[in-house]
Design a protein. Structure first.
Length: 505
């Protein structure tokens, strides 16, 4: 008797240790898999480029990379181990019961499939509800992100309350969806418990009857009754773990959809890369449009010579930024081609091409790094002297010296403590430091007061020296009128009152 109790205690200890080890191993595996998926998701986003990302919901992509993949922990730490046990344990229990009583073994074998059958039927419903939950969460995340980003505009125009109501509505829809999923999960637990209890009761009844008539020994009956629930326990556990891991499975499914999307195959680099210090840029019959919209650019012919200064102006949606994105190889033309020297831009290596470009976007992004690291974004190996010289040329040295820590001062998120003009100067310092032969400025005067705009004109004058400069702006007079003035509109680009076509380029 004492030996049996000792053996039982040893089994309990081993079982607890195995359970703990399984959970720890599964969580470590989950952490490694989540890390790899996040890296692959980011890499795919980089491969697809800004044009692809602009067509996605930022909230969904963020939710996928963070909370979505974090929800995989229950899948790896709970569902997969319980699924393995649901296969191995019932088989072992059936074998043990079969050696003691074949009749009870037959009853357990016949009733055992009832639990997974019900589990599959309920699981398919849970999967559909969880996917609906994820779509609702993606919508909520994206809308909330847009509202937070545009909160100032909403407050100024008195639309904040209306957006609150919209978010409340979407949140309520998400709550209802989640509660529907939980309702199915609770009902499924009831159904599975009932099925397992009925099956166990059948075994108990037949064992009791045979025990009453002396056809079964007490020890065998006790053995069978103790083992029968163990055959159903892993199946019930696996079903419960499935519901807990459904959110992570839905999120992972969406991640794999993104990873499996075939990106447009980049053209192979052929020949020697063009040198923009000497090679002209030509647009030969370029047309470009976006899905569901008319062509933004229609059959454009344009030549930009090395060292030339070009100012491109026009109304919103006229194609100004589209032209910049073409030159950055963020997008590709629907028809026609862009030439750099004699090379087709589509066949030029992307890294070699962009290494010759300095770019200032309309809303430059500053990271919560030091001032020095932000300026050296495109030249991480630049010395402090190089960074200081670039800041001086951009007109940023004075206010940087007033910051606590100077060039080592760490900016806050989005550098909100700096004024718009100061942020613009830091971004211009990046362009000076890069010292690229082609500089693209997209609405550099946007959101600037007259004094800052005047300072910007002086800085742009210094920047244009010895470089090809293309400035996109609504106000050509704000950034100086030197060089060639182009006007975009109705899908065309005109210069000095004439349209740039094949005959007049």
């Amino acid at each position: 008797m004492e030996g049996s109790l000792t053996a039982l205690l040893a089994v309990v200890v081993i079982r607890s240790a195995a359970s703990h080890g399984t959970e720890v191993t599964a969580l470590r595996a989950a952490a490694a898999i989540k890390e790899r998926l996040r890296i692959r998701l980011l890499r795919r986003a980089v491969e697809r480029g800004p044009a692809w990302l602009a067509g996605q919901r930022y909230g969904e992509v963020t939710a996928l990379a963070v909370s979505g993949l974090d929800a995989l922990d229950p899948y790896f730490a709970g569902y997969l181990p319980s699924l393995l046990l649901a296969i191995a344990v019932p088989a072992a229990v059936l074998l043990a019961i079969g050696t003691a009583d074949w009749i009870s073994c037959l009853i357990v074998a016949v009733t055992l499939p009832v639990v997974p059958v019900f589990g599959v039927l309920i699981g398919s419903r849970t999967k559909a509800l969880t996917e609906r939950n994820w779509r609702s969460l993606a919508l909520l995340s994206g809308h909330f992100t847009d509202v937070v980003r545009g909160l100032t505009t909403l407050k100024i125009f008195g639309r904040a309350k209306a957006e609150e109501q919209i978010i409340a509505k979407v949140t309520e829809e998400y709550r209802v969806s989640v509660m529907s999923t939980l309702r199915v999960a609770f009902l499924s637990s009831l159904v599975l418990e009932l099925a397992a209890s009925v099956a166990t009761a059948l075994v108990a009844v037949e064992v009791g009857i045979r025990l009453l008539y002396g056809h079964l020994g007490y020890s065998t009956a006790l053995f069978v009754l103790l083992l029968t629930p163990e055959a159903f326990l892993p199946l019930r556990e696996a079903a419960a773990r499935f519901h807990a891991s459904a959110d992570g499975s839905a999120a992972a499914g969406r991640v794999f959809e993104i990873l499996d999307e075939e990106p447009s195959a980049p053209a192979r680099a052929t020949g020697q890369a063009p040198d923009l210090r000497y090679d002209a840029i030509k647009l030969e019959g370029v047309s470009l449009g976006y899905p569901g919209r008319p062509l933004v650019l229609k059959d454009i012919y344009l030549t930009i010579s090395p060292g030339e200064r070009v100012t491109l102006t026009g109304s919103n949606g006229a194609g100004k930024s589209t032209l910049v994105h073409l030159l950055l190889k963020i997008i590709v033309p629907s028809s026609g081609q862009v030439l750099a020297g004699a090379a087709d831009l589509a066949a030029v290596d992307l890294a070699q091409w962009r290494a010759q470009i300095g770019w200032l976007p309309q809303s430059p992004v500053l990271f919560p790094w030091s001032v020095r690291d932000n300026i050296a974004l495109g030249q991480p190996d630049a010395t402090l002297a190089d960074v200081e010289r670039a800041a001086e040329l951009a007109g940023a040295a004075e206010f940087i010296s007033e910051l606590p820590g100077g060039y080592e001062a760490v900016l806050d998120e989005r550098a909100l403590r700096l004024s718009t003009g100061q942020r613009q100067k830091l971004a211009l310092a990046r362009v000076f430091l890069r010292d690229a032969p082609l500089v693209l400025l997209d609405e550099p005067d946007a959101h600037l007061d007259p004094v800052s705009a005047a300072e910007l004109t002086t800085v742009i004058g210094r920047l244009a020296a010895g470089r090809t400069l293309i400035v996109v702006t609504h106000h050509a007079d704000h950034v100086g009128g030197e060089g060639r003035l182009l006007v975009a509109g109705s899908g065309r680009i005109a210069e000095a009152g004439r349209e740039l076509t094949a005959a007049a380029r």
